[in-house]
Design a protein around this ligand. Sequence first.
Ligand code: DSN
Length: 413
Amino acid sequence: MLYLPHDDPDLAGLVKNEEDRLETTINLIAAENHSPQSILEVMGSVFNTKTIEGYPGKRFHSGCAHVDKVENLAITRGKSLFEAEYINVQPHSGTSANLAVYFSVLNVGDRILSMSLPHGGHLSHGHKASITSKCFDFSHYKVNSETELIDYDRVREIAHFIKPRMIVAGASSYPRLIDYEKISQIAREVSAVFMADMAHLAGLVAAKVIPSPVPHCDFVTFTCYKTMMGGRGGVILCKEIFGKKVDQAVFPGCQGTTAVNLIAAKALIFKLAMEEKFVSIQKKTIQNARIMASILMEKGYHIISGGTDNHQVLIDLTSKGISGKSAENCLESAGIVLNRNVVPQDEKNPGRVSGIRLGSGAVSARGMGESQIREIVELMDMAMMNQASQEVIKKVKSSVLKLCKAFPINRSA
Ligand code: DSN
């Protein structure tokens, strides 16, 4: 029996509407995915009741027999999946995980070198609007203006000049592989510790379809709901020698109690990520992103860096004479959901921006492949190039609906 329709019919209606929206739209948001039903079940389970502080066997509240087992399961499975020496599964989010890593080994005011946000980096990598920039002294590296790839020689030059205590690799919108080995070498040259934020890439790394940062890094952080296909929340992997400092920085340093239901979802997705279905979705995710990028390029779109190695395709729409915001809006009205995105050297204001970011995770989880991706790109092009025509938008929306019906969201694991 469902209780929500009785307790709060308005909210129950909104849940139903959201289910319908997900079912009837094509989701190209690179930071989202369709999780298995069992993930939704465990996130809504009685583990929500339990308040915990501390770590398994060393808690500040009683009644932890079962939740200790849950956290230990997440720890054992996560370490094994990512071949990590140490893991902390308590961070509330990717940003909480990053903050805890910074505070685990740095002092307030210490220098950190990370990727600039307009060039792909994340808010929590020291953007001026983020608390991280108020606590630490960030400098940023960029992509090369011609290749739109990370300029590792420049990273080395900046690192030798500013002598950071930490170097951060990882991005929210960078479609290429990152050479973690090269950056770890630079970090060693300047005696910095090295952290990679693989929030977007965790599922691809877990399935071993792209190289893992783990062997090259002192710390790796990630979230579980993007390519990883799980529930909400963050995770920290690190070298054993930093384990105790990381634990202290998470609790009691940056967080109080944490969400056991989310830790249970982490344990579950780490198990499911070892199975064939997960690996095949991740393979498809990479193939679909490559197909998207190459068809868009054939159609004359400027694809940042000229392609993709992961689940993201970043388009600079300047040459097409439209803004990221107008593309996002018209595509949403046609049933295709994605986000406007700042691109390197962006000249538009932060609200409008020049680009859009596409992600292939959620369509791949629905089972879509090459011919559906071709159709989606055709539909996107048609809608973006005819934004003022209600007739075209209606036509695109009706094709989107047909596609969605043919590929319903599959929540079996
Ligand atoms: N970092 C944001 C994004 O990539 O969209 C949220 O996860």
